[in-house]
Design a protein around this ligand. Structure first.
Ligand SMILES: CCCCCCCCCCCCC/C=C/C(=O)SCCNC(=O)CCNC(=O)[C@H](O)C(C)(C)COP(=O)(O)OP(=O)(O)OC[C@H]1O[C@@H](n2cnc3c(N)ncnc32)[C@H](O)[C@@H]1OP(=O)(O)O
Length: 270
């Protein structure tokens, strides 16, 4: 999957996985303006290559950080020094747009948090479908220590991950959360011993996803995003509509056929 080259990102296909690495290790992979621009370009490029059918070149995206100290240690504080309120809002909205595109991609996106995920870094991770972490990972929204508020979606997404009360405690105090606590509160799905094991684990999950119907996985992602804010009755109605659409796919025909024939399905991806 050729997505071009980026100044601050390493992007490589590894089997069924597209691995995106934020690559500014000297600055703890902080989100400078160029990183935000590169992430914007990348998400638009992926959108253009993962068409309506499910025969996509990759079956999952892994987002991680270069080195073994930081995933992303937040927005670039040095660059923020000279920023006007208008510029701050503009960058907030620009990166919010990146997070919304990650959520809208018809592919599972896994955050492999290999170190500090603070501020905008934690927010980037929470825009992914789920988070795996290495034991050295640290999460937090320390914006209040800088006289700021979350600006890349943390005020919206944190509560949906860990509950309103825990989200308020973490955002009001800005305190860091270790990997084991992040697992306990539901921010993280799995913890691995170290960054190498973390990346291998994330790739193993993508390999597992690659054995499923890409059309069905994409439909589940879209459906779960669609129904999340809805009252149960309305959500159930949308689910029934999605179930009907699944019945109209070739993947459903193949999936059911393979089960009855006691074979592994070869999903056509449409
Ligand atoms: C032109 C436009 C530019 C746009 C840029 C984006 C602007 C966006 C505006 C809107 C943003 C709203 C939403 C997001 C907000 C935020 O994310 S606020 C920032 C939140 N993050 C933090 O507060 C973490 C700051 N870092 C730390 O606390 C520590 O560095 C650490 C992560 C705990 C690690 O500590 P330690 O191991 O002691 O290493 P250090 O020496 O501190 O760091 C090593 C070098 O990395 C640099 N660095 C670290 N974090 C950042 C950062 N967030 N921004 C910039 N640089 C960072 C640090 O300065 C060190 O550099 P050197 O001194 O040159 O070695």
């Amino acid at each position: 999957m050729d997505l071009g080259t980026f100044e601050t990102l390493l992007v490589e296909q590894d089997g069924d996985a597209l691995v995106v690495t934020v690559n500014r290790p000297s600055a703890m992979n902080a989100l400078a303006g160029q990183v935000i621009a590169d992430l914007e370009t990348l998400t638009l490029a992926v959108e253009s290559q993962v068409g309506s059918d499910g025969r996509w070149p990759v079956k999952g995206i892994i987002v991680t950080g270069a080195g073994d100290k930081a995933f992303v240690a937040g927005a670039d504080i040095v660059e923020m020094q000279s920023m006007s309120p208008d510029e701050g809002e503009a960058y907030s909205r620009r990166m919010q747009g990146v997070t919304e595109r990650l959520e809208a991609l018809p592919l599972p996106v896994i955050a492999a948090v290999n170190g500090f995920a603070l501020g905008g870094g934690c927010e980037l991770a929470m825009a992914c479908d789920w988070i795996y972490a290495s034991d050295n990972a640290r999460f937090g929204q320390p914006e209040v220590s800088l006289g700021l508020v979350p600006g890349f979606g943390g005020s919206v997404r944190m509560a949906r991950r860990v509950g309103a009360a825990m989200a308020r405690e973490l955002i009001f105090t800005g305190r860091m959360v270790k990997a084991d606590e992040a697992l306990r509160i539901g921010l993280v799905n799995r913890v691995y011993a170290d960054p190498a094991a973390l990346l291998e684990g994330a790739k193993a999950t993508v390999a597992e996803l690659a054995t499923k119907s890409p059309v069905a996985v994409a439909a589940c992602k879209a459906l779960m995003s669609e129904v999340a804010p809805l009252p149960v009755p309305e959500g159930l109605d949308r689910e029934a509509q999605a179930f009907r659409r699944a019945f109209e796919t070739e993947d459903k025909v193949e999936g059911v056929r393979a089960f009855v024939a006691k074979e592994k399905p070869a999903f056509p991806g449409r």
